[in-house]
Design a binder for this molecule. Structure first.
Ligand code: AMP
Length: 126
Protein backbone atom coordinates (compact mmCIF):
# COMPACT_ATOMS: atom_id res chain seq x y z
CA UNK A 1 0.00 0.00 0.00
CA UNK A 2 1.29 3.47 -0.85
CA UNK A 3 1.94 6.07 1.82
CA UNK A 4 -0.59 8.87 2.05
CA UNK A 5 0.22 12.37 3.24
CA UNK A 6 -2.35 14.93 4.41
CA UNK A 7 -1.16 18.39 3.26
CA UNK A 8 -3.52 20.03 5.77
CA UNK A 9 -1.63 18.76 8.82
CA UNK A 10 -0.38 21.44 11.20
CA UNK A 11 3.31 21.02 10.37
CA UNK A 12 2.59 21.37 6.65
CA UNK A 13 0.86 24.64 7.54
CA UNK A 14 3.92 25.71 9.53
CA UNK A 15 6.15 24.92 6.52
CA UNK A 16 3.88 27.02 4.27
CA UNK A 17 4.06 29.91 6.75
CA UNK A 18 0.33 29.73 7.53
CA UNK A 19 0.97 29.13 11.24
CA UNK A 20 3.78 30.79 13.23
CA UNK A 21 6.51 28.81 14.94
CA UNK A 22 9.45 29.44 17.19
CA UNK A 23 12.28 28.50 14.83
CA UNK A 24 15.52 27.08 16.15
CA UNK A 25 17.11 26.20 12.80
CA UNK A 26 16.07 26.23 9.16
CA UNK A 27 18.07 24.54 6.40
CA UNK A 28 17.35 23.52 2.81
CA UNK A 29 15.84 20.23 3.96
CA UNK A 30 14.70 20.72 7.56
CA UNK A 31 12.96 23.02 10.01
CA UNK A 32 13.48 22.84 13.78
CA UNK A 33 11.21 24.67 16.20
CA UNK A 34 10.23 24.64 19.86
CA UNK A 35 7.39 22.31 20.83
CA UNK A 36 4.34 24.34 21.82
CA UNK A 37 3.79 22.15 24.92
CA UNK A 38 7.29 21.31 26.16
CA UNK A 39 7.70 18.04 28.04
CA UNK A 40 11.27 18.86 29.16
CA UNK A 41 13.37 22.02 29.68
CA UNK A 42 14.56 21.63 26.08
CA UNK A 43 11.95 20.25 23.65
CA UNK A 44 12.58 20.87 19.99
CA UNK A 45 10.87 19.25 16.99
CA UNK A 46 12.78 18.68 13.77
CA UNK A 47 10.84 18.07 10.57
CA UNK A 48 11.89 17.45 6.99
CA UNK A 49 10.57 19.96 4.48
CA UNK A 50 9.26 17.22 2.18
CA UNK A 51 5.82 15.58 2.50
CA UNK A 52 6.61 12.48 4.54
CA UNK A 53 4.24 11.05 7.10
CA UNK A 54 6.70 8.89 9.03
CA UNK A 55 10.30 7.85 9.35
CA UNK A 56 9.71 4.68 7.33
CA UNK A 57 8.08 6.76 4.58
CA UNK A 58 11.04 9.16 4.60
CA UNK A 59 13.63 6.36 4.66
CA UNK A 60 12.08 4.63 1.67
CA UNK A 61 11.15 7.60 -0.55
CA UNK A 62 13.29 10.65 0.33
CA UNK A 63 16.35 11.48 -1.75
CA UNK A 64 19.84 10.98 -0.39
CA UNK A 65 20.19 14.78 -0.14
CA UNK A 66 17.02 15.03 1.94
CA UNK A 67 18.11 12.22 4.26
CA UNK A 68 21.57 13.69 4.77
CA UNK A 69 20.17 17.20 5.19
CA UNK A 70 17.58 16.11 7.75
CA UNK A 71 20.02 13.97 9.72
CA UNK A 72 22.63 16.73 9.82
CA UNK A 73 20.01 19.23 10.96
CA UNK A 74 19.09 17.01 13.91
CA UNK A 75 22.75 16.85 14.90
CA UNK A 76 23.13 20.59 14.48
CA UNK A 77 20.17 21.29 16.77
CA UNK A 78 21.68 19.02 19.43
CA UNK A 79 24.88 21.06 19.20
CA UNK A 80 22.95 24.35 19.36
CA UNK A 81 21.21 23.14 22.52
CA UNK A 82 24.57 22.11 23.98
CA UNK A 83 23.34 18.59 24.68
CA UNK A 84 25.49 16.67 22.16
CA UNK A 85 28.05 14.23 23.46
CA UNK A 86 30.71 15.62 21.12
CA UNK A 87 31.01 18.62 23.40
CA UNK A 88 30.40 16.84 26.69
CA UNK A 89 26.72 17.76 26.73
CA UNK A 90 24.42 15.97 29.13
CA UNK A 91 22.62 14.04 26.39
CA UNK A 92 19.09 13.93 25.12
CA UNK A 93 16.30 11.64 23.95
CA UNK A 94 15.27 11.42 20.30
CA UNK A 95 11.72 10.18 19.70
CA UNK A 96 9.73 9.65 16.50
CA UNK A 97 6.20 8.66 17.47
CA UNK A 98 4.73 6.80 14.51
CA UNK A 99 1.18 5.83 13.63
CA UNK A 100 -1.55 4.55 15.89
CA UNK A 101 0.53 2.40 18.19
CA UNK A 102 3.27 5.02 18.35
CA UNK A 103 0.64 7.64 19.30
CA UNK A 104 1.55 10.08 16.54
CA UNK A 105 -0.65 13.17 16.68
CA UNK A 106 0.71 15.12 13.72
CA UNK A 107 1.01 13.11 10.48
CA UNK A 108 4.20 14.78 9.22
CA UNK A 109 7.50 13.13 10.19
CA UNK A 110 9.03 14.81 13.23
CA UNK A 111 11.57 13.86 15.82
CA UNK A 112 11.33 15.21 19.32
CA UNK A 113 14.64 16.24 20.91
CA UNK A 114 14.09 16.20 24.67
CA UNK A 115 16.79 17.33 27.05
CA UNK A 116 17.68 19.48 30.04
CA UNK A 117 17.01 16.99 32.83
CA UNK A 118 17.26 13.23 33.41
CA UNK A 119 14.29 11.89 31.45
CA UNK A 120 13.65 8.66 33.34
CA UNK A 121 12.80 5.28 31.86
CA UNK A 122 11.71 5.37 28.24
CA UNK A 123 8.43 3.50 28.55
CA UNK A 124 6.75 1.54 31.26
CA UNK A 125 6.84 -2.24 30.94
CA UNK A 126 3.63 -3.73 29.59
P1 AMP B 1 3.38 13.61 18.25
O1 AMP B 1 2.41 13.10 19.27
O2 AMP B 1 4.69 12.90 18.28
O3 AMP B 1 2.77 13.68 16.87
O4 AMP B 1 3.75 15.08 18.70
C1 AMP B 1 3.22 16.24 18.16
C2 AMP B 1 3.83 17.39 18.92
O5 AMP B 1 3.56 18.57 18.21
C3 AMP B 1 3.28 17.56 20.35
O6 AMP B 1 4.36 17.47 21.28
C4 AMP B 1 2.68 18.97 20.30
O7 AMP B 1 2.86 19.67 21.51
C5 AMP B 1 3.41 19.60 19.14
N1 AMP B 1 2.71 20.69 18.46
C6 AMP B 1 1.44 20.67 18.01
N2 AMP B 1 1.16 21.84 17.40
C7 AMP B 1 2.28 22.58 17.46
C8 AMP B 1 2.63 23.90 17.01
N3 AMP B 1 1.75 24.68 16.36
N4 AMP B 1 3.88 24.36 17.26
C9 AMP B 1 4.77 23.58 17.91
N5 AMP B 1 4.51 22.34 18.36
C10 AMP B 1 3.28 21.86 18.14
Amino acid sequence: MAYSYDPENIFAKILRGEIPNSTVLETDHALAFHDIAPAAPDHVLVIPKGPYVSYDHFASEASDAEIVGYTRAIGEVCKMLGVDLGHEGEGFRLIANTGRNGVQDVPHLHVHILAGRPLGPMIKKA
